[in-house]
Design a protein around this ligand. Structure first.
Ligand code: AMP
Length: 429
């Protein structure tokens, strides 16, 4: 039996090289950095500031925030106890961000807090392509915002990130779940409609019928979807304020030229959503088609202990799904950066001589690499080629004695002898 370790199924390593194995995650660390860079840039342009919250949170925050009856809380939490404290590895970031907002009295800063995050989340789901146990989300939270422009801006911001990365094949689905006050009447109407058909429902839907009937709406089972075609829709039960708000969101999206589909069956798997709910889907992702989802969560703050209601809206998006979509769309992402200079040395004297100079060139901003294994000149040149270095500096005893170095331009193959004094200038030019 091999005693070497493997990563836990549903997690993956992000390596400098792209991994070829399809079950592993697709992108290299260079691609991750690039995509994160685009996300940060778009956030920056929107005046959205980064927040970093801990991976560990109190279990009760997540249970109360997301809702006991959701799949995430009832089945998928990585939760444990130490001493008298119950910890959970965060399964999402909205409740933690709202906790931080309340804890640090960010409301006192006035205005709306536009916040974003990028980081790992954990859910004990059955691992499959596009679904992991440790995955990464990026997202925004606009906290303190009641205005429908905040809802529209949230959706447009996510769309801008996808477009900036070159992704164009996605759809935006939109719905309003109404305010807490209008939800009970709709729930009751949906239950009344479904109860006579209970025999046709799956076991999961039957369980949800009494506890959380709205979740039946996003059933993926064909027979249930057919049945739901006749079901009452939330739109007809919306309170006046929610109706006006929903219309405003749509008006802003149309004014921004963003096509969207209204989907009366769009509900989200987390309990805290009210009014606006949306999903961004990529048709190329198969079963795990959701790139991002979000909406309003006006009730979350009071669910987790705020005396005041705090209106808020946000989205959460999966990094891994984004990489999969970019891959299918054939969008090339940057891989390893080539060195500016590869230093080839012959013998210990040259190697020792080069060492402090390499440091100086690096301090001047050049990306300089060299062999650390004392390999032959031929092997060093091969490595310089493999790494596609722009230039190679060759130093041997003869060069040192003459106070020179050989400088080779790898694109043209041209090689010249240059004085050591002029080398820094030649390298940075
Ligand atoms: P949610 O917080 O469930 O609304 O998820 C938001 C987004 O995170 C989804 O649209 C996916 O892109 C991504 N996501 C959620 N769960 C997973 C998972 N287990 N593995 C990979 N991505 C996920």
């Amino acid at each position: 039996m091999s005693d070497s370790f493997q990563n836990i199924p549903g997690t993956f390593d992000i390596l400098p090289q792209t991994q070829s194995s399809a079950s592993d995650n697709v992108a290299s660390s260079h691609a991750w950095q690039y995509v994160e860079g685009v996300i940060r840039r778009v956030m920056h342009r929107h005046g959205v500031q980064e927040i970093r919250t801990p991976i560990l949170e109190p279990t009760a925050l997540i249970a109360r925030g997301i809702g006991q009856l959701t799949d995430i809380v009832s089945k998928e939490m990585f939760a444990f106890e130490r001493g008298n404290t119950h910890y959970v590895l965060r399964p999402e970031v909205t409740a933690p961000v709202m906790r931080a907002y309340l804890q640090h009295h960010l409301a006192q800063l006035g205005g709306v807090q536009r916040l974003y995050y990028i980081g790992p989340c954990f859910r004990a789901e059955r691992p499959q392509k596009g679904r992991y146990r440790q995955f990464h989300q990026f997202g925004t939270e606009y906290i303190g915002a009641d205005d429908a422009r905040a809802d529209a801006e949230t959706i447009l911001l996510a769309v801008d990130i996808y477009r900036e990365l070159g992704l164009s094949d996605f759809t935006v689905r939109l719905n309003s779940l109404g305010a807490a006050s209008s939800r009970p009447a709709y729930k009751a109407a949906l239950q009344d409609f479904l109860r006579p058909h209970v025999a046709q429902l799956s076991e999961t839907s039957r369980e949800r019928l009494e506890s959380n009937p709205l979740r039946i709406l996003d059933s993926k089972i064909d027979a249930e979807r057919k049945l739901l075609e006749q079901a009452p829709v939330m739109r007809d039960f919306l309170d006046e304020d929610s109706k006006v708000h929903y219309d405003e969101v749509k008006t802003h999206l149309r004014a921004a030229g963003l096509p969207f589909e209204e989907d009366p069956f769009l509900v989200r798997g987390l309990d805290y959503y009210t009014r606006t709910a949306f999903e961004i889907e990529s048709p190329v992702l198969g079963a795990q088609s959701a790139l991002a989802g979000g909406g309003r969560y006006d009730l979350l703050a009071s669910e987790i202990g705020s005396k005041q209601d705090v209106p808020a809206v946000g989205f959460a998006a999966g990094m891994e799904r984004l990489f999969l979509a970019l891959d299918v769309a054939g969008i090339a992402l940057p891989d390893a950066e080539n060195p500016d200079v590869f230093v080839v040395t012959l013998g210990e004297r040259a190697a020792a001589f080069a060492f402090p100079h390499i440091r100086t060139w690096r301090q001047a901003g050049l990306r300089v690499v060299y062999d650390l294994k004392g390999r032959s000149m031929k092997a060093q040149m091969r490595e310089a080629n493999r790494q596609q270095a722009r230039r190679v500096v060759i130093l041997g005893d003869a060069e040192l004695d003459a106070g020179t170095a050989q400088l080779k331009h790898m694109d043209t193959g041209e090689q010249q002898s240059v004085s050591l004094d002029s080398l820094p200038a030649k390298l940075t030019e």
